[in-house]
Design a protein around this ligand. Structure first.
Ligand SMILES: [Mg+2]
Length: 104
């Protein structure tokens, strides 16, 4: 898989949907709101045992996350790798439900 596939598809989707690349705080809050909405839909799918749509709803969460990253000029792939390397390094230390707890 090419490294920037997610970026390219996100850009194509934004272009097709006429989503502007602004990155103001107002925009960022709108994207957080969309992310929250998609997480809510995922929670509903899990709660209602809709196993056939859980993957789709999870994909929506990732799509909005990549969309917000683009709007905010964040390299999400780079952030993901950096955070996962941190998580791997910290694994074995205190965790809560799989989430690494920072001692700081
Ligand atoms: Mg959804």
């Amino acid at each position: 898989m090419e490294d920037d596939l997610y970026k390219r598809l996100t850009r194509e989707f934004h272009d097709a949907a006429g989503i502007d690349h602004e990155g103001t705080k107002e925009d960022e809050l709108l994207w957080v709101s969309m992310l929250t909405e998609e997480v809510g839909e995922l929670a509903e799918a899990v709660n209602k045992d809709k196993d056939d749509v859980i993957g789709e709803e999870l994909a929506d969460v990732v799509i909005v996350a990549f969309g917000m990253a683009r709007i905010c000029d964040i390299d999400l792939r780079e952030e993901f790798i950096e955070k996962m390397e941190y998580n791997v390094e910290k694994s074995g230390e205190t965790t809560e439900g799989g989430k690494v707890v920072d001692d700081a």
